[in-house]
Design a protein around this ligand. Sequence first.
Ligand SMILES: *Cc1c(COP(=O)(O)O)cnc(C)c1O
Length: 360
Amino acid sequence: MRPLSVSIDTQSLKNNLNIVKKLSPNSKIMAVLKANAYGHGLIECARNLYPIDGIAVLNLSEAIDLREHGFEHKILLLEGFFDQSEIGIASRMGIDSVAHCHEQIEMINQAKPKKPLNLHLKFNTGMNRLGFPVHDSANLINSLIQNPLINEITLMTHFANADEASGISDQLNQFHHIQNELNLERSLANSAAIIKYPESHYDWVRPGIMLYGASPFSGTNASEFKLQPVMSLTSEIIAIQEINAGESVGYGSSFIAKKKTRVGVVACGYADGYPRQANSKSPILVNHKQTHLLGRVSMDMLYVDITDIFDAKIGSSVELWGKNISVDEVAECSGTVGYELLCAISASKRVPMRYVDGKK
Ligand SMILES: *Cc1c(COP(=O)(O)O)cnc(C)c1O
C-alpha cells in the first residue's frame, strides 16, 4: 500500500478546545466543523469535542449526518437555507439556521415549518459578504419577533480582519448600532478574535481553525498560543537519486544541483493536497531530521533534499506536516494559509485517515 496517510490526534483536539475555554470562559462554544471539520472528519471531531454548546456546518446534509449519529447539540447552518425544501427538514430535526437576506426569511414564510425555527440573524458590519445592513436592524428584528415561524433570535456578524493589523474596531462599532433592547444573544468571534479580542466574545464564540491547532494569523505559529497540531500528514521515501552539480530534478528542471545532491522521492503530490506552489524552503522531516523540498511538486510525488541525512533510505519516514513541521510554515512557503492545506487533504479523497489518541 502507498505509504501516505493522515493521522488525527484526538487528544490535541481536546487540548485546543480547552484553550478556547480558557480564553473565553464566559461564552458558549459553537465549534465550526464545516468542510468536513477542516479536513479532520466531521463525525470523529464532533465525538471528541466535548463539552461544547453547538456545532456549525455549511450544508443541511452535514447537519443531518450529525443528528443521525446521535448528536443532540444545537446545530447551525452557517449560510442558511439554499432551498425552501430544506426548511421543513431542519425544523423537524431541530436544526438552527443563519438568515442573511430577506429572500431567506421569505423562504421560511413560504415553507411554514410546523416547529418554529431558531435563527442566527447575520448582519453585514463591513465584511460585505453575507448579512443584512445594520441600519435596517430595528425593523427586521421587530418583524421577526412577531413572526410565529421564528423562535429564538441570535445576533451575529463575521469579522474580515480579526487576523490583520486593522482589527475589528470598525465592525464592532457597527455591530453596536444593531438594536438590542431585548438583549438577544450575540455571536461574533472567530478564532483570531477569540485569541486577540476578548471584547468581542459575548454569548457565543465560533472557533474553527484553532481547534485544529493551526494559526489564524499568517506568519504566526499556532504553538505560540499553546495550540497543538491535530493533523499529521506522513509518508515515506520510495526512491533515491544521486545527482551531480548541474543536473536537475523533476518537471521544468526547476531545481539544478550546485553540488552532488542526494534526492529522496516521497509518495505525496498535489493530487493528495500538498500545494504545488510550495517553494524550496518548504520544510519536510525525514527520519526525524528537518530538511526541505526540492524542485516542483508532481501529481503523486515530491522531492526532498537528503544530502545531509545519511541514514535516509527507501522506507524512511517523512512528515509533511504535523507535530514537528508546522502546517502554518508549509503554508507560508506556498503563499497560502493552513486552512487551505488542511482542507485540501481530505478533499482529495486519496489519503487514508486514522484517529489516534496522542496520550496513549
Ligand atoms: C468559518 C467560520 C468561522 C470560523 O473561523 P476560523 O477563522 O476558522 O476560526 C466562524 N464563523 C463563520 C461565520 C465562519 O464561516
